[in-house]
Design a protein. Structure first.
Length: 691
């Protein structure tokens, strides 16, 4: 099975370019896959050949489904749906608006597939439930596969992701005995057996397979391992792990294992930028193969121990090994409202106080909670975050950003969605509230919140995960941006900072520190940190514009003036702030940066993952691109920048392309982590020994 990816520069939604192809391949499918939109995913099939008849062959959903066809030529009066035996299943009459539609009743025993929609003239826009728009219960949600030639159909969807990853590149000590795992998957709704075998390129060498046959239940997966010996220094050995369904020997695919003697390039400093290539990311290029969890960013407790949220639990180093502690086993809740409840985290952040207690944000049974652990994540006690049950809420808490360690439980921010604007998609309104947990008589308590704003634009945290709150001693500093009246034509989202004094119990007046362009855009979440002297540093978030930077004139005080907001660079198309402060009080900033008309995508634009630094008393340095994407057009990196107590930087990221085919084809995620041991001068892919 081979895949050919076709993209067109500056045509992310597939509306500018018409294309076709010839092939001598007897079996093929088309996967229609445009760029994403911020709405329900649909991939209508558009045909543009009115001079000839045409067919759309597809797998019909077993449940009820509809076919809707629009844009037909004026002289087309009927369409017909046939099964694979060419028996008519339905006739669709075309109305005066040149549209046709039909709803098919459910049938759990649909036979004679694929079906074929025949058009006398192949000009139409076609939507089919289960093929171009989906429910989660469909065979392959978000995957639009069809063919214009019924004879070319083959059971690809049922065999999708049969064997992954497609390749693995590993390095090791010469002569070392090692193992590598691959995943066999059954995408069918019934049991399937898969035959496995090793094939050698350039002669057989020492490698063996854990199993030559696996039997998988419906929609189940299993791991198989290849055991191998590492060749001599500088030598390379290659083998292919082949997978073939026992009931369909004509369908076969393989994964490639490349074994090299020596140290992986991932262990050395990178030549920046890291340029990803299609299907050749960190492992294929550098042998990056982390043994630590990569689903989210790493945090360090005051003793320097690393912790990572993974699945629904916490991963930590114990006895030289990474071990998982699931919240289902770790949370101790013996009283209402959480007795017997199942907890799930609602933020990937992990916070610590000065006494090395760990904190997570979670929910259970529709109620929000702060989880506290006094034993490095082995057990947690929940404390309810009161009020607003049943409303749409987002939470944030103070995490370590370089120079802040709370004396007690971390402050919490709650963003409750109160309104949207049907005319401005990104304009949202939230109530922003500050919770101040306390420890009283050995017990964690959370009282009523302090209202900060009723016009907060909200929190955008899938990339950057900006810091919204930072504290020192009794002072808690909050940064937020607000929605404005669209008639005002504001230069951006107004960004405010205010200080809450725990001793007086009062929240200061909001101080305007800058505007993040454009106005009324929830992407524009700001970020705040502080340096060793207590001076506050704030960035107004933007969406494709330069971030705006301001610093407080007095330490640990938001209400004695700020420097005039200034851009961190000229004409920078920046979004998604990640900011920390180093031991030398340098500010470190990561973000998505749009680049246009430059290599390696000179005919288009692309989104890079970039880094900037501001040394104490110096202006912001020019951006440095850290990661270049394999494909042009839109992307994000879901990046998260953290720092340890030695001042080392850790950047977790997950390349996410707008193109559905590229994301669909990769089973799992593409998370990776790089780190800088020297304040941003050099970067390398992180190994466990770096943690």
């Amino acid at each position: 099975v081979y895949a050919l990816n076709v993209t067109a520069s500056n045509d992310r939604y597939g509306v500018e370019i018409a294309w076709g192809f010839r092939t001598n391949c007897p079996k093929y499918l088309i996967e229609t896959a445009r760029g994403h939109k911020d709405e329900r995913h649909q991939e209508p099939i558009v045909l543009l050949s009115p001079d000839r008849p045409g067919d759309v062959c597809f797998l019909p959903r077993r449940g009820e489904f509809a076919i809707e066809v629009a844009g037909l030529p004026t002289d087309v009066k009927q369409l017909t749906v046939f099964n694979s035996r060419d028996a008519s299943v339905a006739t669709l009459n075309v109305d005066t608006e040149h549209k046709a539609e039909h709803t098919f009743p459910p049938d759990k025993q649909r036979r004679d597939m694929p079906w074929r929609l025949h058009l006398p003239k192949a000009q139409a826009t076609i939507s089919i439930d289960g093929v171009t728009r989906w429910e989660r219960t469909d065979l392959c949600p978000d995957i639009c596969c069809w063919t214009p030639d019924q004879a070319s159909w083959f059971p690809f969807l049922e065999r999708r992701w049969l064997l992954t990853p497609y390749s693995r590149t590993v390095y090791g000590k010469p002569g070392e005995k090692r193992q590598i795992a691959f995943r066999v998957h059954n995408n069918l709704g019934r049991q399937k057996a898969v035959q496995l075998g090793l094939e050698f390129a350039g002669g057989k060498w020492p490698a063996s397979l854990s199993s030559e046959r696996v039997v998988l239940g419906p929609n189940r997966s299993a791991e198989v391992t290849v055991s191998y010996s590492v060749p001599a220094q500088g030598e390379t050995r290659i083998c292919h792990l082949r997978a073939t369904p026992a009931d369909d020997p004509g369908f076969s695919t393989y994964s490639t294992l490349i074994v090299k003697g020596g140290i992986a390039p991932a262990a050395r400093p990178l030549t920046i930028p890291l340029v990803l290539k299609p299907y050749q990311h960190e492992n294929e290029q550098f042998g990056y193969l982390p043994d630590y969890p990569v689903e989210s960013q790493v945090y360090f407790d005051p003793k320097g121990q690393p912790f990572i949220q993974s699945g629904n639990g916490i991963a930590s180093r114990q006895g030289g090994q990474w071990r998982m502690r699931d919240l289902a086993d770790a949370v101790r809740a013996s009283a209402p409202p959480f007795k017997g409840a199942d907890f799930a985290t609602v933020s990937s952040k992990i916070a610590f106080d000065r006494d090395n207690n760990m904190y997570l944000l979670a929910t259970a049974g529709g109620r929000a909670a702060l989880l506290c652990s006094a034993d490095s994540g082995q057990t947690f006690s929940p404390c309810a975050i009161p009020g607003r049950e049943g409303q749409r809420r987002t939470f944030d808490l103070e995490q370590f950003s370089g120079r802040n360690i709370p004396d007690g439980p971390p402050p919490i921010l709650s963003y409750t969605h109160t309104a949207s604007d049907p005319k401005l998609f990104w304009r949202r309104i939230h109530d922003l509230e500050l919770f101040l947990p306390k420890r009283e008589n050995g017990r964690l308590t959370i009282g009523d919140p302090v209202l900060v704003s009723k016009q907060c634009i909200g929190l955008s945290a899938h990339s950057g995960i900006p810091a919204s709150v930072v504290s020192r001693g009794a002072k808690v500093h909050v940064v937020w941006a607000e929605a404005t009246d669209p008639k005002e034509k504001a230069p951006g989202v107004p960004t405010f900072v205010a200080t809450y004094d725990r001793q007086t119990g009062k929240l200061g007046k909001p101080e305007l520190v800058g505007y993040g362009a454009p106005a009324n855009d929830i992407h524009n979440s700001p970020s705040i940190t502080m340096d060793s002297g207590g001076y506050l540093h704030a960035l107004a978030g933007t969406h494709g514009r330069p971030f705006q930077y301001a610093r407080s004139l007095k330490p640990n005080d938001a209400h004695s003036g700020w420097t005039k907001a200034e851009p961190v660079g000229e004409d920078l198309e920046q979004t998604y702030i990640g900011m920390v402060c180093g031991l030398d009080d340098a500010l470190h900033l990561t973000y998505r940066l749009w680049r246009r008309g430059v290599e390696p995508h000179p005919a288009s634009h692309y989104a890079a993952l970039a880094y900037q630094r501001k040394r104490q008393g110096q202006p912001w340095e020019s951006p440095r691109v850290l990661v270049v994407p394999p494909l042009s057009e839109y992307s994000v990196y879901r990046h998260r920048l953290t720092i340890d107590h030695k001042g080392r930087l850790f950047l977790s990221y997950n390349y996410w392309s707008t193109f559905w085919f590229y994301r669909n084809d990769h089973f799992g995620n593409r998370w990776a982590m790089m780190m800088s041991p020297d304040g941003g001068e050099t970067w390398k892919l992180a190994e466990t020994r770096d943690l």
